[in-house]
Design a protein around this ligand. Sequence first.
Ligand code: C2E
Ligand code: MG
Ligand code: MG
Ligand code: MG
Length: 296
Amino acid sequence: AEYKLKTNTKSEYGKRMVFDDHDRQMMERRFLLTSVIRKALDDETFRIFYQPIYSFRNQSYTKAEALLRLYDENLGWITPDEFIPIAEEQGLIHDLGLYVLEHVCRKLVDRKKKGLPPVGIHINVSTVQFSKNGFFASFMEIIDRYGIDPSQIVMEVTESIMIQSFDFIMAIMKRFIDRGVCFSLDDFGTGYSSLNYIAALPISSIKLDKSFIDRSEKSDVYALLIKNVVEIARGLKIELIVEGVETTGQVKTLTKIGCEAMQGYYFSKPLPETELDNFFYQDISRPAACETSAVS
Ligand code: C2E
Ligand code: MG
Ligand code: MG
Ligand code: MG
């Protein structure tokens, strides 16, 4: 959110800049959340939940997306859609991003020790993180320190990375790819020039935004668009993962169109890390539709 100064034209001194009540409340909330984020980083109380990704081709869950969770005693659950932009504005996203990676690596090491099969983990990476000097080095340092196979890590980025120079972004992506880290284009279809980006960026998967699936139920045009995205992805040999799949009807429609990977409440909500073990440990050949009551 942006906090614009409003002009108070009533002032006898001419134009004066004031905040209205709404602005003040937003500022206070942002101020409060900044300190909550700082504290949660220090105390390591951010939690990471994992949402399994189902592959119809493999007939199993092969990957999961790491999603940050923040709970505060006074404020209750705070959604990433609220705290991520604040972390970005306050320069805390760099530490937060490394925190997520570190905790994911710990989880992968823990799985290895328990003799559980390897899984791929998708990590959301903010565009802001790319602009930080040493981003590549600090990211890889963690992966190497834990002895993780880099190909187990998939970085989810959005089209907004293209606000930086194309050459700059390509150079960073190439360094990661050389080490085996893959990229996925998140929230596909919500931006402006999506098709450009899938052609230009070295991505191995696309995540089709939930809004597409929702609209496809009411509009044939959207169903047709999904069908075409499926075909484009297949042509480019890029995996397509459909996000936010909730109902049996959607699964039916999507499989008919040829979608091979899906993620959403129909399959599983994001799970606390302890539940992830059991989830991926079972030999799951069918979706465990909405079995968990975990906080999403
Ligand atoms: P995203 O990466 O597009 O993640 C998908 C969001 O959709 C998640 O929300 C997930 O819980 C939710 N979701 C999954 N399946 C369904 C479904 O069937 N129905 C509905 N209604 N929702 C579903 P969440 O966890 O609240 O995260 C929101 C956004 O916050 C993420 O969108 C991502 O952009 C950002 N985020 C989350 N964790 C991180 C992180 O570690 N780092 C960064 N930079 N951003 C993060
Ligand atoms: Mg994502
Ligand atoms: Mg998304
Ligand atoms: Mg999103």
